[in-house]
Design a protein around this ligand. Structure first.
Ligand SMILES: NC(=O)c1ccc[n+]([C@@H]2O[C@H](COP(=O)([O-])OP(=O)(O)OC[C@H]3O[C@@H](n4cnc5c(N)ncnc54)[C@H](OP(=O)(O)O)[C@@H]3O)[C@@H](O)[C@H]2O)c1
Length: 323
């Protein structure tokens, strides 16, 4: 099968389209023919081995597995002996390394039935970003009238966060640039702050939940934007210059160290894939309250170009590749 493979860390130039062996599903796995895959910041962080600390778990010289990509949507072509929930022919979506390929093998507990009203491209946009948004808002106990600000509202995670927060009844402020105002308005944001003109961490408004997806503000300023008993969700972010030891993790480490000494809740988000959250997202999507936003679609052979675009950190929601 064809797959996007890398043998060393580096820029998108290290990504090569190659013929590799098709994976064989284990007892608890399904083999999926990938119809579409989506890109996430995670993919380029692993591709570059940036921050360096991430190489301790991903591999010292090159990342393992060598095939990039995480989010996928497609059709089950084979299921392991212990898999009872899914069978060949099922249209599914899920999250597992190795998605930039014609086939991916994934444990059945990270794969679920694809929302019926989405194309494969739209479905592939959902898993990692959708689960991150869902988990963040759930951990912060967002509900009716919670005042939530989403910094990075036009990105992959942000576009889901705005819509899910609205579906929970929250009062949502979206922070984005001028060109994305109409997009976040169409997703249901109640208030919009254009970051090219105003700084949400410096004005008089205070929020019950500050959901930070950009990492471009110091922790003290994010805390200032939250109420005295509010929650600051730290998800990573932070435009890395590359080649640093902890890169965007600096903000997270500070948050973890300070968390036990302050009244505000400083919550470090670590999204995990799972069928329960994929099912919850499917329900919202099929009910019409959650719509994935796709910015661009590239053929698999142009994955390096797609990653280069995502790395600029100005993609409008999700970028897709199709085999
Ligand atoms: N902790 C976890 O488990 C977890 C899981 C998933 C993702 N993450 C992290 O969450 C972050 C967001 O992920 P993502 O997929 O949403 O990224 P993304 O899609 O690459 O974000 C791009 C968006 O960010 C916006 N943006 C750039 N600079 C901004 C600024 N100064 N203020 C407000 N918005 C700005 C861009 O809008 P403009 O073009 O208008 O600037 C663009 O729409 C990433 O750093 C990722 O690593 C963490």
């Amino acid at each position: 099968m064809k797959a996007i493979v890398q043998d060393r860390y580096g820029s998108p130039d290290v990504l090569a389209l190659r013929e590799v062996d098709q994976p064989v599903p284990g007892d608890h796995e399904v083999l999926v023919r990938v119809e579409a895959a989506s890109l996430n910041a995670r993919d380029w962080h692993i591709m570059r081995g940036d921050p360096y600390l991430a190489r301790l778990s991903a591999g010292l010289r090159a990342p393992e597995p060598k095939i990039r990509g995480t989010d996928f949507a497609g059709r089950v072509v084979a299921a392991g002996r212990a898999v009872t929930r899914l069978r060949p022919g099922d249209e599914v979506y899920g999250e597992h390394p190795g998605a930039f390929a014609e086939y991916v093998c994934a444990p059945d507990d990270v794969v679920d039935t694809k929302p019926a009203n989405l194309t494969f491209e739209e479905a592939a946009a959902v898993p990692l970003a959708g689960i991150t948004a869902l988990m963040g808002l759930r951990d912060a106990k967002v509900g009716p009238e919670t005042r939530v600000v989403v910094n990075g509202a036009s990105g992959g995670v942000g576009t889901f966060a705005v819509q899910i927060a609205k579906s929970l009844g929250a009062d949502v402020t979206a922070v984005c640039s001028t060109r994305n105002i109409e997009l976040v308005r169409s997703l249901g944001a109640d208030h919009i702050i254009d970051y090219t003109r105003d700084d949400f961490t410096r004005d008089r408004h205070r929020y019950d939940v500050v959901f930070d997806l950009v990492g471009n503000r110091p922790l003290g300023r994010l805390r200032r934007a939250a109420t005295p008993a509010g929650t600051v969700i730290l998800s990573g972010g932070g435009v890395s210059e590359g080649g640093s030891l902890i890169g965007p993790m600096g903000l997270i480490v500070k948050g973890m160290l300070l968390a036990r000494f302050v009244r505000q809740r400083l919550h470090v988000l670590s999204a995990r894939p799972g069928t329960a959250d994929l099912a919850a997202l499917r329900e919202l999507i099929e009910a019409g309250v959650l719509v994935p936003v796709v910015d661009r679609t590239y053929p698999l052979s142009k994955t390096p170009e797609a990653v280069r675009y995502l790395e600029e950190e100005h993609a409008r929601a999700k970028v897709i590749v199709t085999p």
